[in-house]
Ligand binder design. Structure first.
Ligand SMILES: Nc1ncnc2c1ncn2[C@@H]1O[C@H](COP(=O)(O)OP(=O)(O)OP(=O)(O)O)[C@@H](O)[C@H]1O
Ligand SMILES: [Mg+2]
Length: 259
């Protein structure tokens, strides 16, 4: 069975991309066939996995327009045993180009149907907006959305808007859309604020917050500039431990057993 999760939060810089690639890297390390889909024109997931977006010939953009993913679009990283459907700058145009297209909200879902049998896990990294690209991500999220929330002042701000968008997608496009879980990111145990945010988010999303909390870690911020996930860049760092723990928690919750 293929599980498709979309990482979404229209707030910028909360850790969507960091969580997507590091969670995917650990899922792969734990023996899962995993695919990262970069649905963001910024192409941060693509570059964080060591791919220069300017060299991308076909990727998410072409897949959305054609409603199909050709094998040539998927880049397989041997070292990481991880697949990537890369973004490219042309994806920025999709937001406008898709507006007049039939079934525009279902393009990614349909495209993923052409490859999903090959993967155990597909993680989709969204841009920081609630436009047509993110809506495609929501409609494709067969097993739900994962919402990274940064442990900072006003962490919950904007989540009402996200909940509303999820509600609209549920009523108009995909009734079974659910929130798989909230991931707390950039946690700094030294501050009272961070601890307050953890409590606040748990109160707001009872039973829906992953126990694995991602600490603020310089290693996590450095890794993308080497084109590596934390599992390869600094496997013994606190950030690495947190993302491995998150991967194990997700697998356990999904009923997948690993060593
Ligand atoms: N746990 C962490 N500790 C330290 N730095 C982090 C951590 N998580 C993410 N960062 C850094 O914070 C910045 C924002 O993270 P990231 O790109 O993952 O967020 P995003 O939600 O994908 O942003 P955008 O909305 O622009 O797509 C990046 O520079 C990243 O390296
Ligand atoms: Mg991002």
């Amino acid at each position: 069975m293929t599980r498709i999760y979309t990482l979404v939060n229209q707030k910028g810089g909360v850790g969507k991309t960091t969580t997507t690639i590091n969670l995917a890297a650990y899922l792969a390390k734990l023996g899962q066939h995993a695919l990262v889909v970069d649905l963001d024109p910024q192409a941060n997931a693509t570059s964080s996995l060591g791919v220069d977006k300017r060299t991308v010939q076909t990727g998410t953009y072409e897949s959305l327009l054609n409603g199909e993913i050709t094998p040539a679009s998927i880049l397989f990283n041997e070292r990481l045993q991880l697949s990537l459907l890369p973004s490219s700058p042309s994806l920025a145009g999709a937001e406008i180009e898709l507006v007049d297209e039939m079934g525009r909200e279902f393009r990614l879902k349909t495209a993923l149907e052409s490859v999903n049998k090959k993967y155990d896990y597909i993680l989709v990294d969204c841009p920081p907006s609630l436009g047509i690209l993110t809506v495609n991500g929501l409609v494709a999220a067969k097993q739900g959305v994962i919402v990274p929330v940064q442990c900072e002042y006003l962490a919950l701000e904007g989540l009402g808007q996200l909940t509303q968008t999820i509600g609209r997608v549920q009523s108009l496009l995909f009734p079974d859309l659910r929130v798989r879980g909230v991931v707390l990111t950039m946690f700094d145990p030294r501050t009272n604020l961070a601890n307050d945010v953890v409590k606040e988010v748990n109160n707001h999303f009872p039973g829906q917050v992953f126990k694995s909390v991602v600490p603020r870690s310089i290693r996590l911020a450095e890794a993308p500039s080497y084109g590596l996930p934390i599992s390869a860049y600094a496997p013994t760092s606190v950030g690495a431990t947190a993302y491995e723990s998150l991967a194990r928690e997700l697998l356990k919750g999904d009923g997948v057993s690993v060593k």
